[in-house]
Design a protein around this ligand. Structure first.
Ligand code: FAD
Ligand code: DLZ
Ligand code: SF4
Length: 509
């Protein structure tokens, strides 16, 4: 008898474990459902990308001769959840087995596991081997370690994949990590080559109309959608990055420039996370670009570290520690999220830039997410659940397995140091060093107190003072605390009063 094979919206990979088991008499199910489309207010571009990519993927499967049951959002009343979609498909004919590949989010995984009781059918959940490190392999790596630092995981992944390794199994160039070369500010006149854009085809246009009607109150605007929706186009976008931007990726990885939303980043997480790109293939292309002397080692290593290091590491951590991980709030952060996170209207130029491009493109690069919006949330003590919901909603690449460790762990230090050895807290000086935002800001980056002082400054010192009982013993915070204690009592009081003012008028900054 045939199998019912379920493919989720972020599993659009021809080599998916579930699809490798597909036989001619099986039925493949893809479903656009309300529970997935509405569990946060996903950015409109995310819904367009996924629904259109799902429809293109289903069409390609049919062309290969597979039988596909595709449930589109507006054509199947009564189907709200993946469970409803499976129930509908099971009514089509008898099946011997229900098959799915591991899903990306704990929330949905619980729903899937409940199918064992809901449906009288054996359920097989296959390992998602699109990730290089399985959940079991990560758990083995984590066993008996006092600290789960990314850098050591990354070295293991370099050995395991052989990427950027020499014949003696040593890192090429003699170092594992060239991060110190990747922190240059970007000259504003350096030529920017934009990421590849795609004109929406008929399928995408249909989805755009649907999203305009059904999701009009979600962030973003339908009209500006130009992302790839097929594996072929996503690969073309990535190769464009390798040819045009990768050479500068390393040097300017942490830089930010006014009105330059993409700089030299790949803009590929949204494709990779949906399954349109393959992580191993991407890393091989980048390694080849270095071996052919097309790009420097710090660029190639910097990129590969993000994929086989950070990306695999946060996924491993997520599955190792969920569901408890989402409950952490080490610094007891509970201030409500100010409205400008949702509309971008603030006098803080850095926040205005990071948020407005996020709302426009569903994209901001890592340093904008970490050191602008994330840093501000950390310093102001914004409520963890509101901040994590915001990050999950506004980015096209957002799925909880990658968003939660990055937000709760890296940006907010809410896990108390499981992911990061110290909080990524910084004053305006850091943003000024890495961008040209401050020159164009209403606030003065060098001032700590006063009506026009940069709010990041007093909030930074106040963050240290406020959290000294939790952070004061952290070895990597000693210099920061020494600087704070070097200030006299009067200075400290003025700074803390200023911070209190900012927190009172947080909505008006
Ligand atoms: P590039 O700068 O070109 O980097 C290349 C690739 O490396 C990315 O496409 C991505 O796949 C991977 N990568 C880089 N850094 C990380 C990281 N820290 N964790 C995981 N993968 C990484 N990334 C997501 O994919 N989804 C999210 O929901 C997400 N939320 C984030 C929230 C916060 C608070 C922070 C600080 C980071 C978050 N990131 C998230 C990580 C990172 O910011 C994005 O992956 C990156 O900005 C995507 O842009 P890009 O494709 O141009 O990346
Ligand atoms: C994000 C998303 C959205 C918006 N819609 C759907 C959908 O309608 N059907 C579907 O199968 N998947 C969707 N997804 C992706 C899922 O939310 C994702 O598979 C899980 O969160 C696990 O990562
Ligand atoms: Fe941001 Fe402060 Fe710089 Fe303004 S001065 S852009 S608020 S860091």
């Amino acid at each position: 008898m045939s199998k019912l094979i379920v493919i989720l919206g972020d599993q659009l990979s021809p080599a998916l474990a579930g699809l490798r088991q597909a036989e001619p008499d099986d039925l493949i199910l893809l479903a656009e459902v309300k529970t997935e489309a509405r569990y946060v207010k996903h950015h409109k571009h995310k819904i367009i990308l996924l629904f259109s990519a799902m429809r293109h993927f289903a069409a390609a499967l049919r062309q290969q001769g597979f039988e596909v049951c595709y449930l589109s959002y507006d054509e199947q009343p009564g189907i709200y959840s993946m469970t409803d979609a499976v129930r509908f498909a099971l009514q089509q004919r008898p099946f011997s087995q229900l098959l799915i590949t591991e899903c990306g989010e704990y929330r949905l995984q619980q729903e899937i596991l409940s199918w064992r009781d809901t449906f009288e059918l054996p359920l097989e959940v296959l390992e998602d081997d699109r990730f290089i490190c399985s959940q079991t392999m990560f758990a083995q790596w984590a066993t008996d370690r006092q600290q789960l630092r990314m850098e050591f995981f990354y070295r293991q992944m370099r050995r395991y994949t052989g990427l950027l390794m020499d014949a003696k199994q040593q890192p090429v160039g003699g170092q594992w990590n060239y991060d110190k070369d990747n922190r240059k500010a970007c000259p504003p006149d350096l030529q920017q080559i934009p990421p590849l854009q795609f004109t929406p085809d008929a399928i995408t246009q249909q989805v755009m109309t649907l999203v305009e009607t059904e999701f009009h109150d979600h962030p973003g605007s339908v009209g500006e959608f130009h992302y790839a929706v097929t594996g072929k186009d996503a690969r073309q976008a990535f190769l464009h990055f390798v040819e045009q931007q990768l050479a500068n990726f390393g040097d300017y990885q942490d830089a930010m420039l006014l009105e330059q939303p993409f700089l030299f980043h790949s803009i590929c997480s949204m494709y990779l996370n949906a399954g349109l790109l393959d992580a191993r293939w991407m890393c091989q292309k980048v390694e080849a670009a270095w071996r052919e002397q097309y790009v420097s080692l710090n660029a190639a290593e910097g990129f590969i570290r993000q994929i086989i290091g950070w990306r695999e590491y946060v996924r491993g951590l997520y599955w190792l520690l969920m569901p408890d991980y989402s409950q952490h709030n080490f610094l007891q952060a509970k201030t409500p999220l100010p409205g400008y996170y949702w509309h971008g209207e603030t006098n803080m130029r850095c926040m205005q830039q990071a948020i407005s491009q996020t709302l426009q493109h569903g994209y901001a690069h890592h340093i904008q997410r970490l050191m602008v919006t994330g840093n501000f949330a950390l310093l102001a003590g914004l409520a963890i659940d509101e901040v994590t919901d915001w990050y999950l909603a506004v980015y096209v690449d957002a799925y909880e397995w990658v968003e939660l460790p990055n937000t709760l762990g890296m940006a907010l230090f809410a896990d108390g140091g499981i992911l990061a050895s110290k909080p990524y807290a910084a004053s305006g000086a850091y943003i000024n060093r890495m961008s040209n935002y401050c020159k164009n800001c209403y606030y003065q980056v060098k001032a700590v107190t006063g009506a026009k002082a940069c709010p990041f400054n007093a909030l930074y010192w106040d963050f240290l003072a406020r959290n000294e009982s939790q952070l004061g013993q952290n070895a990597r915070m000693q210099l920061a605390y020494k600087n704070w204690h070097n200030k006299d009592a009067e200075q400290q009081q003025a700074i803390r009063e200023q911070a209190a003012q900012w927190l009172i008028k947080l909505e008006q900054l």
